[in-house]
Ligand binder design. Sequence first.
Ligand SMILES: [Zn+2]
Length: 236
Amino acid sequence: MSTQRIYLNTPQQTHVVTTVVATRPGAFAVAASPFFVGGGGQPVDTGVVSVDGANQRIEHVEVDAEDHIWHHSAAVVMPGQAVDLVVDKQRRRTISRYHTALHVLNTLALTHYQAWITGAQMTEDYARIDFAIEWLDPVMLADLEARMNAVLVAYHPVHYRYLSVAEFAERSDLLRTKNVQPPAYRGQVRVVEIEGFDAQACGGTHAESTHEVGPCCIYKSENKGKQNKRLYIRFA
Ligand SMILES: [Zn+2]
């Protein structure tokens, strides 16, 4: 049986009491986990496992072919044992806020500059995003930043819904990357909607609203090639 991915439907839940289902040296798999497993430029969650009142760090998680989420930790546990899993909430929230800001930025870049994403990365300190565009100038950067902040300071709630792979195939408007199809999970594609602004396919975690993100600045840009420009953002 695979690990239930709590972050998919209740991303605000960062703590669970669950059961160990398998172990190997330095790692264990559980029935349910709040840990984000990585993807789309968002790193995996870190956190703590608590066993009989003793805490151990979890610095990495990974998914195996059977869809178990393995938690890498020095904790000594046995199959059938109950464990407390707690995600580093502040780190998750910061990265989720950056992730949400990138949705806003990528939608504006596509709408106003026909710029498709070629890559992204979120950290606790900043986020960056690459676009397939030939040119970038200060006027464009200032325009994108102003448009982004108009959305980020307003209140647009974030919602999740699911489409079948067949339904999704009819909805090219939900794509922000040209060459990479979003991963379908159990025959479904997850759609992240910023109410009144945008909807796009994404498997990551996000803020509960744009207002929770707040204003950001585009503090740096880099020319990564003729058809690739990189923008860096951080909280203003
Ligand atoms: Zn996303």
